[in-house]
Write a protein that binds this ligand. Sequence first.
Ligand SMILES: O=c1ccn([C@@H]2O[C@H](COP(=O)(O)OP(=O)(O)O[C@H]3OC[C@H](O)[C@H](O)[C@H]3O)[C@@H](O)[C@H]2O)c(=O)[nH]1
Ligand SMILES: [Mn+2]
Length: 349
Amino acid sequence: MAPTLNGEVDIVIPTIRSLNFLEDWRPFFEPYHLIIIQDGDPTKEIKVPEGFDYELYNRNDINRILGPKANCISFKDGACRCFGFLVSKKKFIYTIDDDCFVAKDPSGKEIDALAKHLENLTKPSTPYYFNTLYDPYREGADFVRGYPFSLRAGVPTAVSHGLWLNIPDYDAPTQLVKPLDRNTRYVDAVLTIPKGTLYPMCAMNLAFNRELIGAAMYFGIMGDGQPLGRYDDMWAGWCTKVVCDHLGYGVKTGLPYLWHSKASNPFVNLKKEYNGLFWQEEMIPFFQSVILPKKCTNAEECYLELAKQAKEKLGPVDPYFNNLADAMVTWIEAWEEFNAPAKVKNGTA
Ligand SMILES: O=c1ccn([C@@H]2O[C@H](COP(=O)(O)OP(=O)(O)O[C@H]3OC[C@H](O)[C@H](O)[C@H]3O)[C@@H](O)[C@H]2O)c(=O)[nH]1
Ligand SMILES: [Mn+2]
């Protein structure tokens, strides 16, 4: 299928392993630009398969480019991927893990996950009233009887959350008790997550409209030197959903699927996510209670307000949240540095 929107998309890949998985995606990814974030030892050489158009950043690059602000980008955690969101100039971002491969649909056809995400992002969402026939904008479907016409235009879609066949995205305790679980169920549906409902966003197969919600898609300070890991995407998912609800944007989940091949070590994962397993019982009620003021009219303003409230409400849970809230502010400072409209000087931009 001819690539669409390929001038408006960056594919962001965090890697601490290898990029050989790109061979599997070549038919779908080759027309697009890749932003590769090399985590871990910057002296290690990561080979990018021939023929891909890419930029690659290691930790030395991040430190050089951001200076003191680099402390808001995680080290030794997939959360480092958000540096790619920061430096991109494109409208759409697709982020994928290096152990994810092309899946097949029930008919045996290879799934072009990126194309489906772009379709999700360029069609409206319906967060205010649930359509029981799922995605009403899909070929062969529509709004069902009783669906108000005043709501059928829908709202702009900011996030498209894809799923995974084979290794499911379980937390460590679940992975430990159910090591043989494999997701074999292909559900042929895309759902808008209703306004006011949070969800556990996984970054393995995720796309978003960077112009609408990029400033809130920050993956926090996780991994090396931090008391938390593997909650990078969860934090970003809760923040972006609250911001989307406030700004009137939609979040979709479901198709497309990809094939997740590698189960990370559950014991290592348990160490990383241990605090998150009980802090989430505080974090989620916090996000459920967040009210953003009307004066917040874009993702940056919403995000700074969220940082303020997170410090007030979650700081007492653990000092980590004070540091996280500060890092959220640093992220916005970096975001504005990279994304502020060109300063107009004596009449010229
Ligand atoms: O220190 C690290 C560890 C990993 N990466 C890169 O991040 C991607 C995810 O790594 P992995 O496949 O080992 O994680 P999973 O246990 O499968 O699940 C995660 O998937 C991503 C989510 O954001 C969340 O962290 C988990 O659900 C992969 O590309 C690694 O190379 C890294 O850069 N640094
Ligand atoms: Mn994985």
